[in-house]
Structures are given as structure tokens and as C-alpha cells.
Design a protein around this ligand. Sequence first.
Ligand SMILES: [Zn+2]
Length: 362
Amino acid sequence: MKSYVIGVDLGGTKIATAVMDREGKIKGKNIELTQILGGPEVVIGQMIRMTRLTLSKAKVGLSQIKGIGIGAAGPLNIMTGIIIAPPNLPGWHNVQLIRPFQKEFKTPVFLDNDANAAALGEWKFGAGRGCKNMVYLTISTGIGGGIIIGGKLYRGTNYNAGEIGHMTIDPEGPLCGCGNRGCLEAHSSGTAIARWAREALSKDRRRRTGIVNSQQSIVNSPQRTKKTMDYGLWTKKKRQKIKGSGSLILELAKGDLKKVSAELVFQAAKKGDRKALEVVRKSAEFLGIGVANVINVFNPQRVVLGGGVTKAGSLLFKPVREVAYKRAMPALAKVVEIVPAKLGDDVGIIGAATLVLTEDRR
Ligand SMILES: [Zn+2]
């Protein structure tokens, strides 16, 4: 009996392959760095080699395999199996991905957007289990999404539905990677959190430098009077106080603004750093607005939030829930849960493998 499925998760940094049973249990997996410099041919060869390796690791024969699911960054065409031009795979233009796998393994192969695959995985085996209507958001360097309606992945007219990260939150907001202004991704992704923090820190730095300069000019001024000397002392104390209030984020980044990342911001926030807490709160509130919009449009039973940024836990979830429940229409807010994803780092491979189990794209 064909009791197993294969999941292949193609990322710009890593490739992961897994053999999974029909209950979502992983029997064997491999992770390697993507040989990105080799171009499509080398990377596809690597994916195939890893798949074979994982099969032998799991002690599963090809005859027991129902099919192979591949998750990759969009845009892509799930019907033709072509990857169009993903931003994380430079140099990939209209690459045929499923045919080499079909040829090698002689089994059905399915390709889908990695966020859609992850949504399916969470719905079938993770935090969305038992839901009829669910929306999944993955918040990491960018923000992706997948929509389950009536127990099926909603793919849209040309299979591109679920770009929740590119809904406009503020038309005059920051520029987004997609070219628009004010997308959710530009407000609440890991990249955005790091950017908010850098902006706040450099503003702070400018302000502090300004005070130090004015003090120097007073102290060094030839017309020093008692009054200005007192003022000089006051500013010295004040300067020390301000210096002491320099953010822990900058300390963790070893004083280098370029090294500020979302991870460091969360680390600092967990230790109570005021600036970090402000940044987290701000980006979480925007995410809450996005989630409220999603709730108002889809009336889901559950909104599942996954991706690296959600590892921040309640620091993120508390303000997101607060804002989302306040802004969503009461009748819809009443029935929805906003929950963390459950599959963790395996969501990519489990999601890809789930594509085979939920094949419904005719
Ligand atoms: Zn955008």
C-alpha cells in the first residue's frame, strides 16, 4: 500500500526533504544549504539526491510512495509546474520543477507556493486541525498567507490567492518590497521590525548628539557665567542619564545599527528594554489590524500565526489579539481564535507533503 508521501521544501537558503506517513508523522528528513550559486540544474539535482537519501534513511521504498509535494516561493504556476521568478532564487526564470521529479521517481508530483503548502500542513496536522475555515499567516522576513475555505485551500483565479502580506495597512506607510507603500509586510515582518528599531535608534542617537553638542558649546563659550556653568552641570547629568537610557538593542548589536535584527529586538524586549517594547508593540498592532481585516473578510474559525517572528510568543500575541478583537466586527470576533502555529520548523516539509494528501486542484 502507498502509505507514505514525500515533502520537498525549496528555500533560497535551505532545502529540506522528508518522508511522511498519512498521519503527518515524519519518518526521515534531510536539510542542506541550497547550492544556489549552481543555478537551477544543480539545485534540482540536489533536491533529487536529497529525496533519495531521505527515502533510504526512512527505510521506505518508492513503491510505498503516493506522491511528491514541492513547496517553493512564488510566483509559480501549479498547473504547469513552473517556477516563474522567485525573489529568493536569483537567476531562476520559468524553471520546470515537477518534470525532472516525475522522470526520476515515476510518481505524481505537485508544486505549490510554500505559504499555501504551510497553510495546508497546519490545517491538516497542526493548529488548524478540525477547522472548516482557517487563515494562516507566516511572519518571517516577509509575510505570506494561505486560506482554507470549507476544508479546501482557496487558490484564486490564477493560483495566487493569499498574499495577505501585501494588503495595504497605511497608504502612506513604508515602502514594501512589492513596490507599493504601506503593505502589512512593510509594517510587521521581521525585516520591518528591524527597520522600525533602526529608525528609532538613529533618531534617538541624533537627539542625544544634539544635546551633547549644545552642552559643549555652552561649556566652551568664552562668556561663561555661573548660570551657564550650572546649566553645563545640569546637561552633564542629563547626558549621563540619557546615555544610560541607550537601548539594549544597540548593546546586543554591539553598537552597529546594521546588525539590528528582529531577533535582537525581541531579545531586548524580553529583558524589558523600553525602546524594544515600543517597536514590538507598534509592529504587533499593525499585525492586529491585518488580522482584523482577515477576520472581517473570511469569518474564519481560527487564524493561525506562524513563522520566525511568532517565536516571540505572548509579547507578540497579546497586542495582536487585543487589536484584532477590538477592530473585527463583534459577530465575527466572537467565533475566531488567534493561535500560534504548531508545526514549528517542520511546517515547510509537512506542508509540501500534505499537498499530495489533499490533491484537489482539478
Ligand atoms: Zn507589498
